[in-house]
Design a protein around this ligand. Structure first.
Ligand code: NAI
Length: 305
């Protein structure tokens, strides 16, 4: 099979001035994508700004013979999101791929969380994905092609201590991914999420030397595949770190059924309710609803299988 290439397709990569986004930008540019390197160049907590971060990556891409343009708009507002997409249109005339990667951290245990720690985190990660993807989505729908990759995190999927703000934003991106996957199906727009682990400025203190095998370049192959025409999946979540790739999925246990369910039934049958044997992985609400309607319209009471 031929190697994966992008044949001049236009990719917006948010937060691509360093870390994971820079790595995605370099690899995809090398394979023929035209890149909008978006980054406002702030600190890990989202303070300040430095236009040189995005420009430096554009220079790296150009030095390697690729095509890229810098964009320093913040993804955190609707105007900013539109402006990022406008940069793609002005430079390259279209957009085919959006990689929502921009992010900040403002960690605090929940009882100490303030609006100043909560709101910017939701705005950059979650609202930012809405604001950049929506204007691009209109274009993708019209041309019947698109790829969207959202950067989630095990902090939300599994629940990391001290990250209620970040975890909620990252799990919000899972819902966003799954709904868009559904809505994009008919227009050949594929939407997936990654939950990466990589040694970047965001994690280097946390991981120390143990993070050395977790180079951002080992996350990029999954993103680059999901961004390609070859991508065969939609609505999925991939765990990616240090060369390991796996799939997170949302499963549903068979459960327990009783027509006149009581509080005591829940207490007494908790093990049945939680038993994972025979679980399913619903592709969408229709798969759960089908089972539910079958059961409540005359199914046998008790532990389900
Ligand atoms: P990073 O700090 O190097 O990259 C994030 C980039 O986003 C920065 O360059 C920053 O300037 C940019 N950014 C922040 N706010 C922005 C805004 N409003 N508009 C445009 N750009 C903005 O960190 P890293 O690790 O490369 O993170 C990339 C993504 O991966 C983030 O969404 C992060 O939450 C996520 N992630 C990273 C993990 C890791 O192990 N490094 C683990 C799980 C998720």
């Amino acid at each position: 099979m031929a190697d994966i290439g992008y044949d001049g397709k236009v990719a917006i990569i948010t937060g691509a001035g360093g870390g994971l986004g820079r790595s995605h930008a370099l690899e995809m540019a090398h394979r023929g994508a035209r890149i909008v390197v978006n980054d406002l160049g702030g600190s890990v907590s989202g303070e300040g700004g430095d236009v040189s971060a995005a420009q430096a990556v554009v220079q790296e891409i150009e030095a390697l013979g690729g095509e890229a343009v810098a964009d320093t708009n913040s993804v955190a507002t609707a105007e900013g999101g539109k402006a990022v997409v406008q940069t793609a249109l002005d430079a390259f005339g279209t957009v085919d791929i959006v990689i929502n990667n921009a992010g900040i951290l403002r960690d605090k245990t929940f009882h100490n969380l303030t609006p100043e720690l909560l709101e910017p985190v939701l705005q950059v990660h979650l609202f930012g994905a809405f604001y950049v993807t929506q204007p691009a989505w209109q274009i993708m729908r019209e041309k019947g092609y698109g790829r969207v990759i959202n950067t989630s995190s095990n902090s939300g999927i599994l629940g990391n201590f001290g990250q209620a703000n970040y975890g909620a934003a990252k799990m919000g991106l899972v819902g966003f991914t799954r709904v868009l996957a559904n809505e994009g199906r008919k227009a050949n727009i594929k939407v997936n999420a990654i939950a990466p682990v990589a040694k970047t400025r965001m994690t280097e203190e946390l991981f120390g030397a143990a993070g050395d095998p977790m180079a951002p370049e080992l996350v990029t192959p999954v993103v680059a595949y999901l961004a390609s025409e070859d991508c065969d999946v939609t609505g999925e979540i991939y765990s990616v770190a240090g060369g390991v790739v796996a799939r997170f999925f949302i499963g549903l246990t068979p459960g327990y059924y009783k027509r006149d369910l009581t509080v005591e039934d829940v207490r007494d049958h908790l093990d049945d309710i939680r038993d994972v044997e025979g679980f399913i992985i619903p592709e969408g609400p229709q798969d759960e609803l089908k089972k539910l309607f079958e059961t409540v319209s005359g199914g046998t009471e008790g532990k389900l299988s």
